[in-house]
Design a protein around this ligand. Structure first.
Ligand code: DON
Length: 563
């Protein structure tokens, strides 16, 4: 149930006071050359919250936990407690990767989205409760806080509870897409009932969600996985003939994994391991570009030949992604080999400098997905790069009755049938087929670039299969092309993903210049706006004596440096 009212500033101030008073345990030890504390957040509510946490002596993980819960309220299309994600954290000079990705329910099966003739039932992995994986966000934020948090858990939930209870102002960009979202769900789920009034703008309150957050503040993840909230999820699942059971929730576990690490141009790239394909892709792209350095020499960024060379590189990355990537707990991903210098050298040599490599088949991109990323650095030089998601905007469209949050449609990230593309137009095979309790393959690529022990960049973005091609471009824009943080995220971007072999897609609102477009077309490419706008990059860039931040102009984010 949603109530419309004016925003109560008082309650928000009270929540922030609670946050400031949150018990301070020990702080991480200061590092040598620490950057200024900085953040790049997808909305102003998360930005205000992070500032308050960092200013009150909280560390980057404290800020990330508070911001994630706030975004679950103020950014309901992607911020979530009903989805999952990845947190890359650099704390006290060590790198940590937390996998809180959703898992397939225990009764999920390989062919669950196929009809009797073996064809994929349209939208069955995208809409409705059977599209939802077992959510990981609450367990993930708890695990991060247990390991690194210095402020009390309850104090970090206070801002989110306040925004849920007292409301937040619906940004016009959000209000605008609600009618088309309702149309997409086509009356099959209860989304419109709960979120339809966001279309009118104004203040949006979420009383049920506030109650859930209050319980999580008191009981931690027990409420969500084994308590009152879990009962509400199970009841919803039973009503909608879903698969998520008490067993699924009670057995959900996060995994601390070793991040992928690579040396590139004297920097250390720290990024996402499987079950994401994003980190391997960022590493392969950066290294292939470096190996092809002489071909790039003198090329203008985003000129036709520059784009062609990168499209050739991206083809090879997507070919590997389709073949080798799935949940490493179920499938042996040959990750060492795929990021080895010898392999990347071989792949770089395959790049055709003058013509388009021909690989068959064609799949379209689709519209309106949404994920969200934020980047945070604290005063001690710790950093968090966090991407989390419901998959598409507003996920499966199923709102847990009595709890007010939306369940993801992450199951679509599995390969529902070998060779059949998912909503992002990417295919997969055995490695990423559905199995009980398995994690679906992701492209999310929270990344940190280190210069020695110091933070050089913290970056990530939404965008489905365009995530890692955007993260890659944002890094080379800064490091290779000498752009500022703002120039890097504001530049036009392009994307190629193997299928269709001759298609290059471009940013919808910041297109390529017409000269490059024409030249690419003359070389046999089709150049088209991508099916949805490229991701909302959140970037922190830091050098001795200078810390810069930028939120992508494509979104409604806010970034800043804390003096
Ligand atoms: O994990 C993945 O790769 C996707 N589920 C992410 C979805 C996404 O980025 C949608 N945002 N635009």
């Amino acid at each position: 149930m949603n109530f419309r009212n004016t925003l109560s500033i008082n309650s928000f101030v009270l929540a922030l006071v609670a946050l400031l008073l949150g018990s301070c345990v020990s702080h991480p030890a200061p590092e040598s050359t620490s950057p200024k504390a900085a953040y790049a957040m997808p909305d102003k509510y998360a930005a205000t919250t992070v500032e308050a946490v960092l200013n009150s002596g909280g560390n980057a993980v404290d800020a990330a936990v508070a911001a994630s819960f706030v975004l679950a309220v103020t950014f309901p299309e992607a911020g979530n407690i009903g989805g999952g994600g990845f947190m890359l954290a650099r704390m006290n000079g060590q790198n940590h990767f937390l996998d809180y990705r959703e898992k397939a329910p225990l009764t999920a099966s390989r062919d669950m989205y196929l009809d009797a003739d073996g064809n994929v039932v349209e939208k069955s992995s995208l809409i409705g409760i059977r599209a939802a994986g077992v959510p990981g966000t609450v367990a993930g934020l708890w695990a991060a806080h247990q390991k690194f948090g210095s402020k009390s858990w309850a104090s970090l939930l206070a801002p989110a509870i306040s925004y849920a209870e007292n409301g937040f102002e619906v940004h016009p960009k959000k209000a605008k897409v609600i009618p088309s979202t309702i149309e997409w769900f086509d009356g099959k789920v209860n989304f419109a009932e709960h979120f339809g009034s966001m279309a009118d703008g104004g203040t949006f309150k979420q009383a049920d969600l506030a109650a859930v957050l209050r319980r999580i503040a008191k009981q931690g993840p027990n409420d969500f996985y084994q308590g009152e909230t879990s009962s509400l999820i199970i009841a919803q699942s039973a009503r909608d003939k879903g698969l998520i059971s008490a067993n699924d929730l009670a057995s959900y576990q996060v995994v601390w994994r070793k991040p992928l690490i690579a040396n590139w141009r004297g920097y250390t790239v720290v990024t996402a391991p499987p079950p994401s394909s994003g980190g391997f892709a960022v590493i392969q792209l950066l290294k292939m570009k470096q190996l092809l350095g002489s071909e790039f020499e003198g090329l203008e960024p985003n000129s036709a030949q520059y784009i062609h060379l990168i499209a050739e590189m991206e083809k090879r990355v997507f070919a590997d992604r389709a073949e080798y990537f799935g949940d490493p707990d179920f499938f042996d991903v040959p990750i060492k080999e795929l990021v080895s210098d010898a392999y990347i050298q071989r792949r770089a040599k395959e790049v055709k400098v003058d013509s388009i490599s021909t690989l068959e088949h064609a799949k379209p991109g689709l519209d309106s997905p949404s994920t969200t990323h934020f980047s945070i650095v604290d005063q001690w030089g710790n950093a968090v790069s966090n991407t989390y998601t419901l998959n598409w905007s507003y996920g499966s469209g199923v709102v847990v009755e009595g709890a007010g949050f939306i369940l993801n449609n992450e199951m679509d990230d599995f390969s529902t049938k070998p060779g059949v593309a998912n909503a992002y137009g990417v295919v997969g095979g055995v490695a990423n087929e559905i199995q009980p309790s398995k994690r679906m393959l992701s492209s999310m690529s929270p990344t940190i670039l280190l210069d020695g022990d110091d933070i050089r960049m913290v970056v990530g973005t939404p965008g489905g299969s365009t995530i890692f091609t955007s993260v890659f471009q944002s890094i080379i824009n800064v490091i290779d092309n000498g752009m500022s943080a703002t120039e890097s995220v504001s530049a036009s971007r392009f994307h190629h993903q193997l299928l269709p072999a001759d298609l290059i897609t471009t940013s919808v609102s910041i297109p390529l210049n017409s000269k490059a477009t024409l030249e690419l077309e003359n070389r046999g490419y089709r150049v088209e706006p991508h099916g949805f706008e490229f991701g909302d990059l959140q970037l922190i860039e830091s050098r001795p004596g200078a810390t810069n931040t930028a939120s992508d102009p494509r979104g409604i984010g806010v970034s800043g440096v804390i003096e």
